[in-house]
Design a protein around this ligand. Structure first.
Ligand code: ZN
Ligand code: ZN
Length: 334
């Protein structure tokens, strides 16, 4: 089958590889759609942290935001999955350790992450092996595009959940990329007053986020929560400065260098600070939100292209006709 393989920094190609054979408890999914995200770009540039800690090494088969159809089931995997439309959890814990057995398998020290950690092959390929325990069925209202937006949406869902917004609360979302815009959308769906902080805001405004500001024109308002979805090392500290005393700061963006926070500010403002890793635990709620059209993330997808164009996408080469939407999807069947 065809799979997209990153073989080294700045080097990647579509290769013909052996198709996956489902092991006990696994299924094989024929991939219909896979999103490209910042993590994938970092694997291509060589900046991805796991490449430096030994948690990942080249060659890497990327892709962790996906949807598809189950086409084969291994032994000890319920045959009734075959034919169902699915997405799944990126994080695959060992299932045995204390974190896994207490429902925190996304923090398992031995976890695989699909398309990211310890060599589990990713979704930029015709087929993908997935453990049954990671699967989530997609209802008819959630098409292939929406299905591949469940993983980033689940991250955003958890970030909003961590902000603990009361109805009518005012929240500032920093960084209007895919995660920031999804976070803003889920926050708006709770009835919050949503503000965005970023460098270029035209696309956010086109989605209806009229409270979109640059650092220069951000109004001085009391923010009940601030959610940092950016990759700017300076913004976590700025979030702590901007949030109301007693409020919440949520950190989901990851900078390429240490992004330091003065804990004296946390204590003296009586703040709650929360870090978010992964969509695990929020996939079902995200699927429900998409199915109910409480949030429609489809305008975030600029284009859907084939595997052969993945190198151009990772290199940041975009067709101007795609506009400013942040997400590019791959359909490995075209
Ligand atoms: Zn991602
Ligand atoms: Zn474990």
């Amino acid at each position: 089958m065809r799979a997209f393989v990153v073989t080294g920094p700045g080097k990647a190609e579509v290769q013909e590889v052996d198709p996956p054979v489902p092991r006990p408890g696994e299924v094989v999914v024929d991939v219909e759609r896979a999103g490209v995200c910042g993590t994938d770009i970092e694997f291509f540039t060589g900046e991805m942290a796991y490449l430096h800690t030994g948690e990942a090494s080249y060659p890497v088969r990327i892709g962790h935001e996906w949807s598809g159809v189950v086409t084969a089931a291994g032994s000890a995997a319920d045959e009734s999955w075959v034919g169902r439309r699915v997405t799944g959890d990126t994080m695959l814990g060992c299932g045995r350790c204390a974190r896994c057995t207490s429902g925190r398998q996304h923090l398992c020290a031995d976890r695989h992450e699909i398309g990211i950690r310890h060599g589990w092959p990713g979704a930029l390929a015709a087929q993908l092996p997935v453990p049954v325990r990671a699967l989530h069925e997609l209802p008819g209202e959630v098409d292939a595009t929406l299905g591949a937006l469940v993983e980033p949406g689940g991250n955003a869902f958890r970030a909003v959940q961590a902000a603990n917004l009361a109805p009518g609360a005012r929240v500032l979302v920093m960084g209007p990329g895919t995660i920031g815009l999804l976070t803003a959308s889920f926050a708006a769906a709770t009835g919050a007053e949503v503000h965005l902080l970023g460098l270029s805001l035209a696309f956010a405004r086109s989605l209806g986020f009229t409270n979109a500001w640059t650092a220069a024109d951000l109004p001085s308002l009391p923010f009940d929560a601030v959610i940092d979805c950016s990759t700017a090392a300076s913004l976590p500290a700025r979030a702590v400065d901007l949030v109301e005393p007693g409020g919440r700061v949520v950190f989901i963006g990851i900078a390429g260098e240490p992004s330091l926070v003065d804990t004296r500010r946390l204590a003296l403002k009586d703040l709650t600070a929360v870090g978010i890793l992964s969509a695990s635990g929020a996939l079902a709620q995200t699927i429900s939100a998409y199915a109910a059209q409480a949030v429609d993330p489809r305008p975030l997808v600029a284009a859907t292209v084939g595997l052969d164009e993945a190198v151009a996408v990772l290199s940041g080469r975009r067709d101007p006709a795609w506009g400013d939407a942040p997400k590019v999807h791959i359909d490995p069947r075209i």
